[in-house]
Design a protein around this ligand. Structure first.
Ligand code: HEC
Ligand code: HEC
Length: 142
């Protein structure tokens, strides 16, 4: 019985101090209490970077250096390909989606963009104008 009470007290102590520590951490919630509902974050502008955004490592899908809020990727349309396809890229002065985008999972070359590359923003992300939330010292193999 005594042993049980001691264990119970120890568990309570861990719960209470744990709670206090969690409350004191200034997390990505920006000083907001963990018990509160999250506030709506301020909307950030999409970044437009002339000449593209440098890759952090060799095979990184490059980040999107322009706005995409008017683009549509669904069953009927993929407006990204209005500029990035084999047919249109020269006229639009845009980089062409590479050969890997026209190869299916069996290694066969496809005429239109391969289905596994259809949803561009699954791999390519637009960027916003914002300071990094935490310092990042990642060094990729270039
Ligand atoms: C109106 C034409 C147009 C449309 C539509 C468009 N892009 Fe682009 N995209 C460009 C141009 C032009 C560049 C080159 C910008 C530069 O380097 O300054 C570019 C650059 C990029 C790059 C960077 C490539 C690299 O090597 O750095 C990616 C990734 C990209 N676009 C993805 C997308 C995706 C995904 C969509 C759809 C959501 C899209 N683009 C829609 C014209 C377009
Ligand atoms: C499964 C992940 C994935 C998807 C989905 C994807 N990409 Fe990529 N993309 C990559 C990777 C990885 C690279 C860099 C290596 C390469 O060219 O294959 C790349 C490179 C590019 C480049 C730069 C090419 C160059 O030579 O600099 C463009 C432009 C691009 N993608 C456009 C698109 C568009 C448009 C779509 C949608 C139709 C798309 N990507 C879908 C992974 C993806």
């Amino acid at each position: 019985m005594k042993k049980r009470i001691v264990t119970l007290l120890a568990v309570c102590a861990v719960i209470f101090t744990g709670g206090a520590i969690a409350g004191a951490v200034d997390s990505l919630r920006m000083g907001q209490d963990l018990q509160d509902n999250a506030k709506e974050p301020a909307k950030k502008k999409q970044a437009v970077v002339q000449g593209g955004i440098e890759r952090s490592y060799k095979i990184q899908p490059p980040a999107i250096p322009h706005k995409i809020d008017k683009d549509r990727i669904d069953l009927k349309a993929n407006t990204c390909m209005n500029c990035h396809s084999e047919k249109t890229y020269k006229q639009k002065n845009a980089p062409k989606a590479g050969e890997s985008h026209y190869t299916d999972r069996d290694g066969k070359v496809t005429e239109t963009v391969a289905s596994r590359r259809y949803f561009c923003n699954q791999c390519h992300a637009p960027q916003v104008v914002a300071e990094p939330l935490v310092e990042n010292t990642f060094q990729g193999a270039k």
